[in-house]
Structures are given as structure tokens and as C-alpha cells.
Design a protein around this ligand. Structure first.
Ligand SMILES: [Zn+2]
Length: 597
């Protein structure tokens, strides 16, 4: 018979020794972590305890952290072979099938262990039970091992600690007898929806779902089926631009609805949580409400937006734009890479492509309380500070430019250094200035600015020619329009000064100005309260990426909740990942917010 599960209230009553004893084995051979965390009692929840344990490690010195890493066994290493692992490690390594390696896999792992130890000086740490807690495949483990062998050392050390926290999290779930049921449901939906991918990508296991392709239509049909059959929404339909719209009515037919949702299209070879998580979380909440026979005063309207990424056609935010009345009629004539006009793609998908039908999708803001969106952070911040959730303060405003510096091409051997008009060197100065100037806002009260020169191109460049021209792009973002404008003004002025000093010409064209979308204070504080109620500290951060909420911001109050992404928050990439426990926290926070209305 398994030992009875531990509870948080029991744990809160224990003295330091008993507390440390109760959490023995959660962190490998490192009782000091529980002892440190003891001081942070009482814990409101299991996630509060997990957070306190992670903070104890964060507050430790680098040497102590390395000691924790070194307390771990190698994967399928000598200790494993000799049967010398802790019970917890044995369980994890055998669940991941590491006790059943083929001779080739075993040899590969030994080689990786040796290379890794030689490079970093500590053992490779991976939470082999993975994002779902059910176990990674041996191939996934070997691939991750090989990939991380190439990471910078300080980054890899942090990645090891994050994996140690994930190992601890799963061990705690086992000890407390809890399973993130809705989190598992969401990860299951994400996997199942990702089977729909476009030809050319699907064969390689890559996820690509662009506007109104067959994969896109299949994904929409799948969402409709889940929303109707599994979740119990009252009405579910696909609208004239391909948005999936589902309503769960409230008890008061006069009361305005809360609008929520995110996009189900993806970038090419993207991740399976970007956008989709913001559809799945409300689905999981409504599913629970429906199962409990519960209705709230206000109805919930969930929209799976058909298009946000601007991949097949140059029409970013098409889905949410249709709701704000911003569908540009010229979009219908745009053609994709195969020459198919959007109008034809719409008709082929069974839509009328009639502007009058699209115009009808415009929502009356008076019928809504506001818009909320859950999204994967798509950045490194939350992952880096061991925080599962963050409340968004603003979606950054941006300014984009294309530019060119025009100097004079000349012979690399014969032109003296003081006579050159090197266009690339001028742009290089600008690149360094952008980096320095944006970094000045790192501690700005509203949040940091960012600036990037993503394209640098010397047309017709040659190894023995001083660059005569250099083309570049500029992407500047900040959480306030005024902050972005002052950054932009400084960068523009510096470019002028650099070119004047060097005696070269330039062109600079602003191709996009997007307004910042600060969160509505009342809705932001509802998210903060929802996170606080979970027993987690409230972390606030701006969004560097654009989201559907940015579009809805134009017509109604909005606020977003971010969840951390693993692998340092990588997104628009197959390595994008979240855990079942973090997905569960999203559902819990969303439920708290709904119940607080
Ligand atoms: Zn997205």
C-alpha cells in the first residue's frame, strides 16, 4: 500500500527537522534546501512550497548550486549500472526507459556523459520525466543531451538548476498525491491539434498551420468538435474569416460577456503552444464549469483566431482585426506564394469572401466586459527567475525601419584608412549604439526597451572591396509610446551624426509604427489577484511580442497572463515547451479570475 499523501497543512505544522525529513529526497542529497525553505512557512499551496524551495536554491552561492548539481547521478551512468541510485532517481531513469537502452544507445550516452563532464565539469541534468511527467523517449533524451552540450557554460548551469526544480516538482506531486489533470488535458490537446500540419513540414514532424490551408481547416474543425463534445459550450461555430467562436452563456442574459482567446495559426516550423494555449485554457475552465453544472453571471465568449502570424498573406491580426472592424478589403486580392488570392482561399474553405459578411463580425464593445488572453511568454524572463506565471503590464509599441548607408566602394588594398567611405563600418557603429541606447532603459519603471538590427547586407560585397553600400533594418520596441519615441529619436539622430562625421549618405524609412497597448489597470489587477490566490508572488512584465490582445485593445479593456516557456522561453520553434504543472496553474488562475467577477 502506498504511504498516505502528505498535505500542506501538515507540513506547515512541522518543526525544521521534521519538515526537512518530510521533504527528504525531493532535492537529491541536499537537505539544506528544505531547511532554508522552512523559514518561509506557512505555505498557502503546493506551488507556494515549490516556489520557496526554488528560491532557496536561487539565493545560494554558485558553489553551493554546483554542489547541488554534482549531487546528481549521470544518466545511465556507472552508478545507475551498479544499482547505486536513490529510489527517486531509479524510478525516473527506469520510467524514461534508460534501464532498457540498446547497446548503441548506451554507448552514445556514455560518450555524451564523458564529453559533457569534460566540457562543464558537472553531470548532465535532465528532468527525464519531461513536460508531462510521463517520461521522455530515449531519443528525446539523447537529442537534448547533444543539443545542450553546445550551450554556453553559465546558461547550461542555469538550465541544470531549472531541470532540478522540475525533477523536484514531479517528486513533490508524487509525494502529495496530486496530478495536474487539466494541465495534462491541455498538453494532450496541444499534441493532438499538432497532428494537423502542412505538406512539406508534416513529413518531418514539423508544425506549420497557415491561414486557410487544409491543415488550418482541419485544426478549426477539431477545435469545434472538442468545444462542443468535450467542453460543453452552448454554441460553437466558424465565422466568415475562419475564427472558431464558442459561447458559454451566463445566468444573466442581460449581462455583458467576457471575451477571451488567442490564435490557432502558427509560424512555419513553429511550436504547439504559441496562441493555442490561450484557446485551451478557457476550454479547460468551461469543461470544468459544465461538468459541475455551474454557470457564472457573465457569459464567456472564446475565440480561436484564424490568423495572427501573417505567414501566408501579409495580413497580421486578420482574425482579431475582423472583430474590431479592421479587415482591410484589399487583403482579399493579396496572393500567396502559389499565386492564390485570399478571396479564392476563403471560397475554397467554404466562406463567402463577401465583405458584408465579414463586416458583420465586428463586435459591439458595449456587449463585452473586456478581453483577456493567456499566452506563452515567448521570452526568457519567467523561466530565468523560476516563476511559472507573470501578469502583463503592456504590450510593447514598436517602430520598424529599413535603411541604407551609401559610402564609396574602393580597393581594399590601396585605399588608405583615412580616405575610406565604408558604409558597413558606419552601420556597425549604429548597431552598437542601438544596443547601448536600448540598454539604458533596462530599469525603466514602465519596463525595458529593446532595439535590434536584424538585417545587415552589403549588396555585391566582396572580400577585397571597401563596402560602398550597406542595407539594414531596425526594430525598436518599448512599453510606452513616449519611451519608444524617445528611443527612436535618439537612434535617428545618432545615424545622422555618424553619417555626417564619416561623410557618407543614408536613407531611412519608417515602415511600421504600432502603438503600445498598456494593460487596463482593473483587468491587470484581476489577473494579479488570481495569481496571488494561487500562493505565488505576482510578477509583472511587459510583452515584447505582439498579440491578439493588442488588436482588441483598440476597442475594449484588455489584460494578459503569461506562462513561462521552457528552454529559456524559446518560441516560434519546435523546442517551444511548457509543463503540465504550469498549464494547470493557467487554468487555476483563469478560474480564479472568472470566479472573482
Ligand atoms: Zn502567439
Amino acid at each position: 500500500m502506498p504511504a498516505p499523501a502528505l498535505t500542506i497543512s501538515q507540513l506547515n505544522t512541522l518543526d525544521a527537522d521534521a519538515f526537512t525529513q518530510a521533504l527528504d529526497g525531493i532535492y537529491e542529497h541536499s537537505p539544506w534546501i528544505a531547511r532554508e525553505a522552512w523559514a518561509a512557512r506557512p505555505f498557502k499551496s503546493l506551488v507556494g512550497l515549490k516556489h520557496a524551495l526554488a528560491q532557496a536554491v536561487r539565493n545560494a552561492s554558485v558553489d553551493t548550486q554546483l554542489g547541488l548539481i554534482r549531487a546528481h547521478p549521470e544518466l545511465a551512468g556507472k552508478a545507475a549500472v551498479a544499482g547505486q541510485l536513490t529510489a527517486e532517481s531509479t524510478n525516473e531513469q527506469s520510467k524514461a526507459g534508460l534501464t532498457h537502452c540498446t547497446p548503441e544507445e548506451f554507448a552514445r550516452l556514455q560518450q555524451l556523459n564523458a564529453d559533457y563532464k569534460a566540457r562543464f565539469g558537472w553531470p548532465f541534468i535532465l528532468a527525464v520525466r519531461g513536460p508531462r511527467g510521463a517520461g521522455l523517449s530515449r531519443q528525446q533524451i539523447i537529442d537534448t543531451f547533444a543539443r545542450r552540450l553546445r550551450l554556453p557554460a553559465d546558461f547550461e548551469r542555469a538550465e541544470c538548476l531549472r531541470n532540478i526544480h522540475r525533477i523536484a516538482e514531479i517528486r513533490l506531486n508524487d509525494k502529495f498525491g496530486v496530478a495536474p489533470e487539466q494541465g495534462n488535458l491541455i498538453l494532450g490537446w496541444a499534441d493532438d491539434l499538432a497532428v494537423h500540419s502542412e505538406p512539406g513540414y508534416a513529413e518531418q514532424g514539423q508544425l506549420t498551420v497557415t491561414y486557410l490551408t487544409q491543415a488550418h481547416q482541419a485544426a478549426a474543425a477539431q477545435l469545434v468538435q472538442w468545444m462542443k463534445a468535450d467542453c460543453g459550450f452552448d454554441d460553437v461555430s466558424i465565422d466568415a474569416v475562419g475564427n472558431v467562436v464558442a459561447r458559454y452563456h451566463g445566468t444573466d442574459p442581460q449581462a455583458p460577456y467576457l471575451l477571451t482567446g488567442s490564435h490557432y495559426d502558427t509560424v512555419r516550423n513553429g511550436g504547439k503552444h504559441d496562441g493555442r494555449l490561450g484557446i485551451f485554457v478557457p476550454m479547460a475552465c468551461v469543461r470544468e464549469l459544465h461538468r459541475a453544472g455551474k454557470r457564472l453571471k457573465h457569459g464567456l465568449e472564446l475565440v480561436g483566431f484564424a490568423e495572427e502570424e501573417g505567414q501566408r498573406y501579409k495580413a497580421t491580426f486578420l482574425g482579431s482585426g475582423a472583430l474590431t472592424g479592421d479587415f482591410d478589403p484589399r487583403w482579399l486580392d493579396q496572393v500567396d506564394a502559389d499565386g492564390i488570392p485570399m478571396r479564392d482561399a476563403m471560397k475554397a474553405a467554404g466562406h463567402s469572401a463577401d465583405l458584408a459578411d465579414i463586416a458583420k463580425l465586428r463586435r459591439d464593445p458595449k456587449q463585452y466586459l473586456g478581453f483577456i488572453e493567456v499566452h506563452i511568454e515567448q521570452g526568457p524572463w519567467l523561466d530565468e527567475i523560476d516563476q511559472p506565471l507573470g501578469v502583463v503590464t503592456a504590450i510593447n509599441g514598436s517602430a520598424r525601419y529599413t535603411g541604407e548607408v551609401i559610402g564609396l566602394a574602393s580597393h581594399a588594398g590601396t585605399t588608405p584608412m583615412d580616405r575610406r567611405k565604408d558604409a558597413a563600418a558606419a552601420v556597425a557603429e549604429l548597431v552598437l549604439y542601438v544596443e547601448e541606447r536600448a540598454a539604458q532603459d533596462l530599469k525603466a519603471p514602465s519596463g525595458p526597451s529593446v532595439g535590434t538590427v536584424g538585417v545587415l547586407h552589403v549588396p555585391g560585397g566582396s572580400i577585397n572591396v571597401v563596402p560602398g553600400r550597406c542595407q539594414f533594418t531596425l526594430d525598436l520596441r518599448a512599453p510606452l509610446d513616449t519611451q519608444r519615441d524617445s528611443l527612436a529619436a535618439d537612434v535617428e539622430a545618432r545615424l545622422a551624426a555618424i553619417c555626417a562625421r564619416r561623410g557618407v549618405d543614408y536613407t531611412l524609412e519608417r515602415t511600421l509604427t504600432a502603438a503600445a497597448a498598456p494593460s487596463n489597470p482593473a483587468w491587470q489587477s484581476r489577473w494579479e489577484a488570481a495569481v496571488h490566490e494561487l500562493g505565488l508572488p505576482v510578477i509583472k512584465l511587459p510583452s515584447g511580442a505582439g498579440h491578439d490582445a493588442m488588436k482588441l485593445h483598440e476597442v475594449m479593456p484588455q489584460a494578459m497572463l503569461f506562462v513561462r516557456g521552457g528552454n529559456a522561453g524559446i518560441s516560434h520553434n519546435p523546442l517551444e515547451t511548457i509543463t503540465n504543472d504550469d498549464a494547470q496553474l493557467c487554468v487555476d488562475a483563469f478560474t480564479n479570475l472568472l470566479e472573482g467577477l
